[in-house]
Design a protein around this ligand. Structure first.
Ligand SMILES: NC(=O)C1=CN([C@@H]2O[C@H](COP(=O)(O)OP(=O)(O)OC[C@H]3O[C@@H](n4cnc5c(N)ncnc54)[C@H](OP(=O)(O)O)[C@@H]3O)[C@@H](O)[C@H]2O)C=CC1
Ligand SMILES: O=C(O)C(=O)[C@@H](O)[C@H](O)C(=O)CO
Length: 278
């Protein structure tokens, strides 16, 4: 069964699930990313700050899958938010990846104290016009950050990649993204080391559908309309994480997993109004 796709607000297509590559580096990283591509992932998520763009490029070339069948997303770090810096950053990413364009480029964190994310956005708008980037988006943006770049540029991001897992279901932020016509992407979609695999709603659904708790959580993501980008260096888990389109949770099951949300559900201090990454 192929991976379903969404049509984004710029008319391009995005697979309903992607592969996260942090912190896969070195030859082992290449092997894991190549395995993910060979297992069927067609959206590969990297970033300048993952220091693995060259590994992603090597894995693509070794996989034997045609470049045009893959979507490669990378992210601009906080230190490169100036217009010229952001432009240079994307060029350098392409060099490390060995590609002539990115399918998706995101601003990694808004870094509001620097207050230059709107400049980085203007650079991405121009890079898209120049054909170096097919689609442009953001990550860890709040409603205020989104509204500012939309008001100043007239261009709406295609995605907002945010922390999203059962302990942190981001009900409000998902509603903001939807209202603005922005597709939500979920980072740490399983909840990383705090994955709620044994929580009753997750365990019960796994039992009911004969799937793993990880598959229940990723199916929950899909039914929220979010695009999860789970990372796994384990081929069997890579396959499992992609195999979430053969069953459907009831509305009550979705609601019960969303109800696992906690006020302190963030995995670390990743509040976009205060957490900054250069
Ligand atoms: N934009 C941003 O600011 C951020 C973006 N990200 C992106 O999101 C991606 C995914 O997030 P990440 O933080 O890795 O967390 P995930 O929620 O994807 O969890 C990854 C961890 O879960 C394990 N795992 C994967 N699949 C399963 C499974 N089916 N059952 C049990 N354990 C499993 C993996 O172990 P193993 O590898 O051994 O299988 C790994 O340790 C990152 O790789 C990155 O691309 C992440 C953080 C911030
Ligand atoms: O993985 C990412 O994209 C990040 O932004 C990471 O640096 C994230 O902040 C993290 O993993 C911190 O533990």
């Amino acid at each position: 069964m192929g991976i379903p796709t969404y049509t984004l607000n710029d008319g391009t297509s995005l697979p309903a699930i992607g592969f996260g590559t942090y912190p896969l580096t070195g030859d082992d990283g290449v092997a894991a990313i190549r395995s993910a591509i060979e297992n069927g992932y067609r959206l590969i998520d990297t970033a300048v700050n993952y220091r693995n763009e060259s590994e992603v490029g090597r894995a693509i070339r070794q996989s034997g899958v045609a470049r045009e069948d893959l979507l490669v997303a990378s992210k601009i770090p906080g230190r490169d938010h100036g217009y010229d810096d952001a432009t240079r950053s994307v060029h350098e990413s392409l060099e490390r990846l060995g590609l002539d364009h990115l399918d998706l480029s995101l601003i990694h964190w808004p870094n509001p104290s620097q207050d230059r994310y709107a400049e980085a956005w203007r650079a991405l708008v121009d890079l898209r016009e120049q054909g170096l980037v097919r689609s442009i988006g953001v990550s860890n943006f709040t409603e205020a950050h989104l509204q500012r770049i939309i008001d100043e540029s007239g261009v709406t991001p295609v995605v907002n990649q945010i922390e999203l897992h059962p302990y942190f279901p981001q009900v409000q932020m998902r509603a903001v993204n939807e209202r603005l016509g922005i597709r939500t992407e979920s980072w740490s979609p399983l909840g990383k080391r705090q994955a709620p695999f044994s929580e009753p709603p997750v365990a019960a659904a796994a039992e009911a559908y004969g799937v793993t708790p990880g598959q229940v959580i990723l199916r929950w993501q899909v039914q929220l309309g979010a695009v999860p980008i789970p990372k796994s260096a384990t081929p069997e888990r890579q396959r499992q994480n992609l195999d979430v389109f053969g069953f459907e949770l009831t509305d009550d099951e979705v609601a019960a997993i969303t109800a696992l949300g906690r006020p302190d559900g963030r995995l670390f201090d990743g509040d976009p109004d205060t957490h900054e990454e250069m």
